[in-house]
Structure formats: C-alpha cells, structure tokens
Design a protein around this ligand. Structure first.
Ligand code: MG
Length: 299
C-alpha cells in the first residue's frame, strides 16, 4: 500500500518521499491525546478504555505507563509553562498537572452542571484554555462512567485566566478536536456528530476569533472528511491543518483544500508534532502510535 496520496503539488513539498511510518508502540485499545514535552524529550498519550496515560521516551524509544488509573484521560496538551493539561472523561473535568506533580482541576462544571466528558483541549498564547465537551465519556462505561448529560448540550468552552468559564461554540453535534491557526485569528473545531446522527457531515469548522481574543464569530465549514471522521488535529507554522481521519492523516491548506494524505494502517484518532524540531508527527491510531517525519513544523 502506498504511503502517500498526493492530491496537490504543495503536498509533495510537505513530505519526505523516502520516509516511512515507524511504529513507536502498540498494545492499546484506543490511543488518543498525544502531547510532547520538549524539555524532557518524551511523548504522552491516552489509552482511554484501559484508563491509562502512556509515556514514550525519545532518548531510548522505551514506553512505560505514566499514569494509571487516570480518570480516563482523553485529549492532552502542554501549556506555555510546560505543564500537562488533560481532558478527563471519568473526572468530567479539565485538569492540569502542576510542577510538583499534583492534579489541579481547572473546570468541572458550567452553570452548576457537570460537564459531559471533556474531549480535547488547546491552550492559547494568552494562557486561556479552550476545550470541547461531547458525550463520548458518558455514553457507556467503556471510556468513562455512563451517565446522563447534566448540561443537555455539547459545546466548546473557554477558561479565562481568572478561571471564568464561557461557552464559545454551541452549533456542533459532537465537538471534538480543536486548534488555533498560527495567528490565532481562527479556531478550528471538528464535529464527529455522525457517531450519533447519521446524516451529520464529518467536518472541521472554522470560527473567527474576535478582536477581544475571547469571543468567536459565526463558524463556516473548513473541510469535509471523505474517510471516517476528523477527530483530533494540529496546525503547522504555515497554517496547514494535519488531521486524523479513518484512513490516516489528511493535510489541508489554510484555505481548506485537501493537499494529500498519509495512509496509516489503523483508524487515526489524533496526532501532534514532536521532536526537537517539531517536524515529526506522533499519530495515535486505535491500538498503536506511529510516527513519521514531515517537511513542516508544528505550531
Ligand atoms: Mg477527540
């Protein structure tokens, strides 16, 4: 099977023709939420049904259990101070690991009602934390604890520096992965609502960030998925969007054109750039984590 599907000449300049897909680790049930720690040269990711966070050491290629149990973490990111920010299905919260190793809950309810199951998270350069809250972690006991939704809505939220919460996206069926454009003038959000509503188009929407840096304008469709669903994704320094999909990684121009694909042998849920140059993709794909070098650098 070919490794690449080059749809546009621009994609040929974003990949390395001699590269291969490396298998970093296998043995999970549903790998998600990769995040890279440049100071320690390691990756972490979630193995959600097994209720653990894994850690891959870049210095020797070894993998170990970083945290178990972990309240069924899903998405992860790192903030500007190098702290791990986590979405907890079972905790129904967004939390942060402090420098002393303690867990601090950043948000666990809105209007007095518990979140559904925070799924993915991004930290803006101003330190605010933005996260999605679909229902996957309360739909069954497989990836969390089955429970009814208290909020009755699946939205994206923003945590201000002082902890104040605001609801910023409410027009998606199941908001999922999210990331900012390099200039932070756009917030991209994936909708995986097809898991619950058969005619829901799998897509990434783009929302303009207001001049206040906090509010969002009306969204527009940015890209439609032609294989499975877009779940988590990342943006490179040129503004290209590298997304998970059913058949691998799809790369879109800043205008939303499909430039090409990297085929992966398992369904991809999420990815992140890593390595000292941030020019390598860590790809969480069902039971495994793969990697590949690209000619792009992550934001
Ligand atoms: Mg997700």
């Amino acid at each position: 099977m070919a490794l690449y599907d080059i749809r546009d000449a621009r994609f040929a300049r974003l990949i390395l023709p001699n590269e291969r897909l490396d298998l970093l680790w296998t043995g999970g049930r549903w790998c998600e939420g990769p995040a890279y720690f440049p100071a320690g040269r390691y990756l972490v990711w979630s193995d959600i049904p097994n209720d653990r966070v894994m850690r891959w050491d870049e210095t020797d290629g070894s993998t170990s259990v970083f945290l178990q149990p972990c309240l069924n973490h899903n998405g992860h990111t790192t903030d500007a101070r190098g702290r791990l920010v986590s979405c907890e299905h079972r905790g129904r919260a967004v939390s942060r690991v402090e420098h002393d190793g303690s867990r601090r809950v950043l948000a666990d309810r809105f209007d007095g009602k518990r979140f559904n199951s925070p799924n993915d998270v991004v930290v803006k350069s101003d330190g605010t934390v933005w996260f999605s809250d679909p229902t996957y972690g309360i739909d069954s006991d497989y990836e969390g604890d089955a429970a009814p939704s208290e909020l009755g809505a699946n939205c994206v939220y923003r945590i201000a520096a002082d902890g104040t919460l605001s609801r910023v996206v409410d027009d998606l069926v199941q908001p999922n992965g999210l990331a900012f454009s390099p200039d932070e003038r756009l917030l991209y959000v994936a909708d995986t609502g097809r898991t619950h509503v058969p005619d829901c188009t799998p897509k990434i929407r783009a929302y303009p960030v207001g001049a206040d840096g906090a509010s969002l304008g009306p969204g527009r469709d940015f890209a439609i998925c032609d294989s499975g669903l877009f779940d988590g994704f990342r943006v490179d320094t040129a503004g290209n969007v590298w997304s998970s999909a059913g058949d691998g990684v799809h790369c879109f121009s800043p205008e939303g054109e499909l430039l090409g694909k990297i085929f992966v042998p398992e369904v991809v849920a999420n990815l992140c750039f890593f390595g000292p140059k941030r020019n390598r993709l860590a790809i969480c794909a069902t039971t495994s984590v793969y990697s590949i070098y690209v000619r792009a650098r992550g934001c």
